[in-house]
Structure formats: C-alpha cells, structure tokens
Design a protein around this ligand. Structure first.
Ligand SMILES: C[S@@+](CC[C@H](N)C(=O)[O-])C[C@H]1O[C@@H](n2cnc3c(N)ncnc32)[C@H](O)[C@@H]1O
Length: 248
C-alpha cells in the first residue's frame, strides 16, 4: 500500500511506457523548448522530472552541463541510456524528489519543469525552489494545463471522471495560468513567451498514430513563433526570465 505522494508518483512512473507512449506531446514540448532557447547556449541546465530526457538532451553542447533529475529510477535509467557517449562527463543524474535533492542555490542558467507541477505535493514550494536555484539572468521553461481555461475545465472534468473510474492513485494538481504567472512574478521572474495548444480529445490517441496526432496539433496551433488559435489552448508552455539586477 503506497500512501504518500512521492511513493505514488514513483509507483505510477515505474512503468514509463504508460507515459512515453504519448510521444507526440513530448516531441511538441521538446520542439517548443528548443525554439524558446534558440541559439543561446545555457552553461548549466537542470531538467526537473526529466522523464526520458528527450526535452533537455538536445540542448547539450560541447561546453555546457546538464543535470537530469527524476524521482522515478526507471524513467531516469531511460534518460541515462540516451546520453551520447562523448557527453557522458557533462551530464549528472539525480534520482530523488526535487524538493529533497541537494542542489546549489543560484547555480543554473536554465531550469526546465515540464509535466511535473501536476504531480507534486505543492506547486508553490516547487516554484519557490526553482527561483532560488536560478542564476541572475536565468531562464525557466515550465508547462502547466491552465485549469481556468474553458477547455482546461472540460479536461479537468474528464480527468476527474477517469480518475474515479480507474481509481488512479492521486488527483493531479490544477493550477490556473494566472496563478502560475503570479507565483513566478512574486519571485521576480517575468513572462517572456508562451505557447498554447490542446491535447487531442479523449479517445483520439486510440484511433490515430502519434505522427498523425503531432501533425494535427501543429496544423491547428502552429509553432512557437506562429502560435495559431492560441486563445483556444489550455495546454501551456511558458518561458520566464529573471532579470539580472546586479549586472544591470
Ligand atoms: C509527466 S512526466 C514528464 C516527463 C518530461 N518532463 C516530459 O515533459 O516529457 C513527469 C515526470 O516527473 C517526475 N516527477 C514527478 N514528481 C517529481 C518530483 N517531486 N521530483 C522529481 N521528479 C518528479 C516523474 O517521475 C516523471 O518522470
């Protein structure tokens, strides 16, 4: 019997395939993150809840460092297996709860946190810790399903019913986009970009292939530079920046 959130998360992601089969969404996340990053080479990157590493590993260059952190040992070992051999020395892996892991304050230029806030004990505590780990002038890219958006509300209703029917181990946190932006802003981070889209309707993943779901989503919502119908999107990827008040 598992009884706390971390054990429940570990138990859920102990079978990574349950999540990784929806790889069209991981592909969209990775592309949007790469788009937000552009040509900037961030010296030190932290990927919280890195999953299979597909989002942060493409940001590795010859002269930067990446920390892959995930509480699920099975997920983390998949991420580890994908590190290019010649870059193994530049990647650190941490198999711990983000809130408990020993990490140095103000030591990361870029922090990624996608698909994680819904699963943690306290999104507010996670956001406060992210802000404390970020260097001045650093960037955070974070994903959230906007609970206040009309489409987000419908998804929430569907998830509540599904959770009840499937007896899922824990309810997902629901945070509005406004609240999320306010929490980052309270820690001095400014919103610099956002990409909005929607996940396919329930059941579509059973009918369409991942490639087809990817194409359909991109056709409707476009790319991060041309985010068509963004008003319709409840699934959000945000880029926040911490202004460098010391450097001016
Ligand atoms: C939905 S997956 C997202 C994976 C990846 N970031 C992506 O977007 O494809 C959530 C991941 O976060 C991890 N996770 C959840 N809570 C965590 C915590 N408190 N500390 C570290 N990892 C956590 C899970 O083990 C899982 O691998």
């Amino acid at each position: 019997m598992v009884n706390n959130r971390i054990d429940q998360v570990k138990s859920f992601f102990a079978q990574p395939e349950r999540y990784l089969k929806h790889n069209f969404n991981i592909r969209i996340r990775a592309e949007v993150v790469a788009g937000f990053v552009g040509d900037t080479v961030f010296e030190s990157i932290l990927d919280i809840g890195c999953g299979n590493g597909a989002i942060s590993l493409p940001l590795l260059r010859e002269h930067n460092r990446l920390t892959l952190l995930d509480v699920s040992s099975n997920m983390l070992s998949i991420a580890r297996s994908r590190i290019p051999a010649e870059l193994l020395d530049d990647v650190e892996t941490i198999n711990e709860d983000f809130m408990q892991a020993e990490l140095r304050l103000q030591s990361y230029d870029l922090i990624l946190c996608l698909g994680v806030l819904a699963h943690v004990d306290s999104p507010a505590d996670v956001i406060a810790r992210i802000a404390s780990l970020l260097k001045p002038d650093g960037s955070v890219i974070v994903q959230n399903s906007d609970a206040q958006h009309p489409v987000g509300c419908l998804f929430n209703l569907y998830l509540t019913l599904r959770n009840a029917l499937l007896r899922n181990p824990y309810p997902l946190n629901r945070l509005s986009g406004t609240k999320l932006t306010e929490m980052f802003s309270n820690h001095g981070l400014e919103l610099s970009a956002i990409y909005r889209y929607n996940l396919p309707l329930p059941g579509m993943a059973r009918v369409f292939t991942n490639d087809s779901l990817y194409e359909r989503t991109r056709r409707v919502y476009g790319t991060h530079t041309h985010n068509d119908r963004s008003w319709l999107g409840s699934e959000c990827i945000y880029h926040f920046r911490k202004p460098d008040t010391i450097g001016g």
